[in-house]
Write a protein that binds this ligand. Structure first.
Ligand SMILES: O=C(O)CCC(=O)C(=O)O
Ligand SMILES: [Fe+2]
Length: 305
């Protein structure tokens, strides 16, 4: 009987996203992480200076380091390097032209870069940081795991799940983004190509081409500055920039999710995934401090994107 109940729980599909104002570590783990359930947390970062980031501020801190910008479609991954200030100027011009109804060439997307590792001078702008939401193993070096996004109105990351089957805490800093979310249990109806990208587009569903997707339950969350979205491992997400937007995520494991991640070798995951998941699993389980693991893990931050 117990077994049957746990099977039913496993198959339960979440149809809406809980929204809370603030969350404690215990509630976060008991009600969301341990249940594989998403949540939006509205008010834990509302004191950050980063919520007021503007063009002038970035220019005042320019240090000559170039950042890789994804040109064309995110999935194709062609990158061009440019100064952050150059990209921001292009971004502002793009948004101005859009408002004026001028024909604008598509703009590149600063997508998945380890920004605070490259530019630690911005770290004080995201304090106080709610590191208590992460496993303790991450606490001494949480900033190393941040991947950063800056893009224009209309930016799009197609439907996918995060490759290592990590948990994801996504922080919206400037502007708005819309997340379309689909439970991991419905992955097989989303026409996954390769390991993690879906062919099905939940924003413009084509049920003739993808008939199995008809029953797929779609959830939506619009994030505003100061919002955090938690996505459990394997949750499919498609992400739309509703305005100029700055945001970042941290992909992180619990011992349980890292162990499952290692097991994905037998489910078609790239071999490198097993390497990264194994590293974190060893760190978490054998309590090897993150500072000894990170040098081996660091290349993941370029691999993921
Ligand atoms: O913000 C985006 O465009 C993509 C975000 C994403 O896929 C992630 O945080 O894993
Ligand atoms: Fe993602």
């Amino acid at each position: 009987m117990e077994k049957l109940q746990s099977k039913i729980d496993e198959l339960q599909l979440f149809e809406h996203i809980t929204i809370v104002d603030h969350i404690t570590r215990d509630i976060f783990y008991n009600d969301f992480v341990n249940k594989g359930k998403p949540v939006v947390i509205r008010n834990m970062t509302s004191d950050w200076n980063a919520l007021n980031w503007d063009t002038e501020y970035f220019k005042s801190k320019e240090n000559g380091i170039k950042v890789p910008i994804k040109m064309g479609k995110v999935k194709e991954g062609r990158r061009e390097k440019m100064l952050l200030s150059t990209y921001i100027e292009l971004l502002d011009k793009y948004e101005q032209d859009l408002k004026l109804g001028l024909n604008t060439e598509p703009l590149g997307y600063l997508h998945d870069i380890p920004f605070f590792y490259m530019f630690p001078e911005y770290l004080s702008d995201i304090a106080p940081f709610p590191k208590e939401l992460f496993p303790k193993w991450y606490w001494p070096e949480w900033q190393n795991y941040i991947q950063f996004f800056m893009g224009a109105t209309g930016s799009l990351t197609p439907l996918h799940f995060d490759t290592l089957l990590t948990n994801n805490l996504f922080f919206q800093v400037v502007g708005k983004k819309k997340f379309i979310l689909i439970d991991i249990n419905q992955k097989d109806d989303c026409y996954i190509e390769g390991w993690r990208w879906a062919k099905f587009d939940p924003q413009n569903p084509d049920y003739e081409e993808f008939p199995n997707a008809k029953g797929v339950k779609i959830m939506e969350a619009v994030l505003n500055p100061g919002d955090i979205l938690y996505m459990p491992p394997g949750m499919l997400h498609q992400v739309h920039g509703l305005s100029k937007s700055i945001s970042f995520n941290i992909d992180w494991h619990t011992p349980q999710s890292a162990k499952k991640g290692v097991g994905t070798l037998w489910k078609g995951a790239p071999r490198k995934n097993v390497y990264y998941n194994m590293l974190v699993y060893l760190g978490l389980r054998l309590r090897i401090p993150a500072k000894y693991i990170f040098p081996f893990y660091k290349s993941y931050l370029n691999y993921v994107s």
